[in-house]
Ligand binder design. Sequence first.
Ligand code: HEC
Length: 246
Amino acid sequence: MKLRVLLFISPTIVFFLMWSCISWAQAPREEIENTAQHLATLLNVGRLIVQRNQALINDPRIGNKGFTPEVFERQVLDEFIRETHIDLFSSHLPSLAKELLPVLLQSSMEVVADAQLVINQRGIGYKNFIPATFGSQAARKFSNRSYVKIKQTALNPRNLKNMPDAYEENLLKRLATKLPVDASFTEWIDNETTLRSVTPIYYSQDCLVCHGNPKGILDISGYPREGAKEGDLAGAISIQIPVNKR
Ligand code: HEC
């Protein structure tokens, strides 16, 4: 009798132990993948808010635009909730996201704060404060103060600091030949010790004044136009999260 009970119980215990080990190992992975996704979304939302306020920012007739870091923050938080149904300061967020998302928000607000003098200049239209410059700077500020790296990149970047590494280049080349996909590409590399996530960005109609045709002719920002079409791959937001450096 005792033996039978034991024979029944031990596989159950072994199974339970194995199951808890697997789920312990998986939970952080899933959490890291979700966090990478949320970080890409948050940077994209910041870009979108700059884009929405572009006419105001570029208006030469107005001095003080009222596009303060706090106004920017409010609009980002609202848009982030609209897109993800997640409140950035909610207590339900997994701990990694709770740790990193506010750092990216803070970095983004600092970029807007640093640009106040430029934004509030009267008499100047185009000020080079656009989604791309905002995104590059916010990503860099965040990466400098975190073990997680975020980067805006493209195959032939205008800003050489956005140059892709070998991994990003390979993936961008593959993405460029495929039909647009909204989803991001996520992979564990280096013996599963680092998560790499690449979220593509595609050109919409209003990007083409600068990135479209006529190819090679300088746009308002002083760069040669790429000759891109609507729906072409523009670049990506690339994120690297090492597991062990926490
Ligand atoms: C006013 C002109 C202008 C418009 C409009 C514009 N861009 Fe750009 N874009 C630039 C400039 C200038 C840079 C380089 C930014 C920097 O110095 O970091 C850039 C850089 C980028 C980059 C980063 C890679 C790189 O080349 O350094 C991406 C991705 C990008 N743009 C996508 C877009 C998308 C998508 C849109 C439309 C939603 C858009 N851009 C609209 C001027 C523009």
